[in-house]
Design a protein around this ligand. Structure first.
Ligand code: IPD
Ligand code: CA
Ligand code: CA
Length: 276
């Protein structure tokens, strides 16, 4: 506080401090998820195929408690508890405490904690921790992306024919015609291989690491994309919506690729529905 009584604006924390805080929070929440996986958890249903567990809620509380303790004036957007936007901070943490809940609930070890950070509406940092494989993906704007501290880069695959692609399906797949099945059929006939892992945040990290060449999905939420989009972009990837415009994490459509196969993916996504 100044002597005049005018409050001083909070200082911007150094990027390394922000990154370290997110890493620690993701690892604490990841350990919590492994404990729940080992000892048991309660399942509730948001709809017949959309689950949430007490592990999701505990991991979210763990991440928010840790980040709030260090950055009390920052904003938060978290999957299970929504927005917390008091004050006028330029920072907003975007958290998916358990991306891959269906996998988690079935004991299939493909899930993660995802923590992204926006500054003035721009995603500048991403941390994704996969506790089952002990893989920590990190990226900061203009500083590249890493897994467990080692730099990662997208693949060099040149064509769909030689590509391993990944996608996912939203929880309203039974209710909507825009259910991604048509795109799935088309890519299955064009790509070398096609996967559905059940964790969008990890799918983005795997594009970043060159394990997948491309990823598309419809009706994703900001917490599915915030962290992974920074990681994929910093690893040299291209991220757009289906029309080729720069990705907005609030826009639901996502195409992420190594860049080389991007136009081919967009062309296929914009074709008329598949005729059988
Ligand atoms: C889901 C996963 C999945 C994707 C769904 C997401 P959740 O998130 O990321 O891969 O296909 O659209 O909702 O519910 O496990 O956090
Ligand atoms: Ca998610
Ligand atoms: Ca989730």
């Amino acid at each position: 506080m100044l002597q005049s009584g005018v409050p001083t604006p909070p200082e911007s924390p150094p990027h390394d401090v922000l990154l370290q805080a997110a890493i620690e929070a993701s690892q604490a929440a990841g350990s919590l998820l492994l404990r729940y996986a080992a000892t048991g958890f309660q399942i509730e249903y948001k709809n017949p195929i959309n689950l949430v567990t007490d592990a999701d809620r505990a991991a979210e509380q763990c991440v928010i408690d840790r980040l709030k303790a260090r950055f009390p004036d920052h904003h938060f957007l978290a999957e299970e508890r929504g927005r917390d936007e008091e004050g006028s901070s330029p920072y907003r943490w975007i958290i998916d405490p358990l991306d891959g809940t269906t996998n988690f609930a079935h004991g299939y070890p493909a899930y993660c904690v995802s923590i992204g950070l926006e500054y003035e509406g721009r995603c500048i940092m991403g941390v994704v921790f996969d506790p089952s494989r002990n893989e920590l993906f990190t990226a900061m704007e203009h500083r590249g992306a890493c897994v467990n501290g080692r730099p990662i880069h997208v693949s060099n695959t040149q064509a769909l024919d030689g590509s391993l692609l990944v996608t996912g399906f939203a929880y309203d797949i039974r209710e909507t015609k825009r259910n991604n099945l048509d795109h799935f059929v088309k890519f299955a006939l064009k790509a070398q291989g096609l996967r559905r892992t059940g964790s969008a945040a990890l799918d983005l990290c795997y594009v970043a690491a060159g394990r997948f060449d491309g990823f598309w999905e419809v009706r994703l939420s900001p917490w599915d994309m915030a962290a992974g989009s920074v990681i994929a972009r910093e690893a040299g990837g291209r991220l757009t919506d289906f029309s080729g415009k720069d990705l907005s994490i609030y826009g639901q459509e996502l195409v992420a690729s190594n860049g080389r196969i991007h136009e081919a993916m967009l062309t296929l996504l914009n074709q008329a529905p598949h005729q059988t």
